[in-house]
Design a protein around this ligand. Sequence first.
Ligand SMILES: Nc1ncnc2c1ncn2[C@@H]1O[C@H](COP(=O)(O)OP(=O)(O)OP(=O)(O)O)[C@@H](O)[C@H]1O
Length: 233
Amino acid sequence: MLTINHLETGYKSSTVLRDLSLKIKEHQVVAIVGRNGVGKTTLMKSIIGLLPTFSGEIAYQNQSIHHMRPDQRVRQGIAFVPQGREIFSNLSVLDNLLLGNEALPKNKRSKKVSEEILSLFPILKEMLSRKGGDLSGGQQQQLAIARALMSNPKLLLLDEPMEGIQPSIVKLIQSVIKQLVKEKGISIILVEHNLDTVIDCADYVYVIDRGTVITEGEATEENRKTFERHLVI
Ligand SMILES: Nc1ncnc2c1ncn2[C@@H]1O[C@H](COP(=O)(O)OP(=O)(O)OP(=O)(O)O)[C@@H](O)[C@H]1O
């Protein structure tokens, strides 16, 4: 579904990812793990198009997408939930949700939020008219994921969705991830520090260090030690 070949990207001042290659298949949850500052967020931003590709290729469903704008990538079926959620505090929950399909062509934008999305996050249904800023961190994270689902993605990028979230909401998000893959056939790239969560939710793991993949493998208990070893180097 998504293939990254020899990607080099970063910021004006510095190249962060070098010679990074990875693959995500249909109906798969792929976890990206690595110590702080190794380039995980940079990778997510380059897949959605918020950062330019210096060299290499990002191909989605056998088509090069690295020259496309972010809104074009959303139309192709990719959605991004950024670290820190980026909820609009002064807009209602409903208006925050509707912004999720703003990149779609006008005839494909819905003025309503589907029951399917609301049933994944029942608390949002009760809070549609409340301001985004009134929500707790865990509720905002649910809102950010629900907003991304408004564009009907086939590939969802989640950048540390469990960060700073209470355990009951972490459980809910883990179960939503599994449901999205099983019932909607979505693929997910999950940036996550916690290996328990990774082994519970993901199928495959890439460990990144200094801007490139240093090891990879099935997200199994047997492979945990290998991942841990590479995370402390
Ligand atoms: N806007 C920016 N301009 C220049 N350099 C940046 C910018 N944002 C991040 N960087 C640098 O890019 C490198 C990778 O950062 P990135 O946020 O991708 O790491 P990360 O693995 O997601 O870290 P964390 O686990 O802390 O979220 C770091 O050295 C960081 O300082």
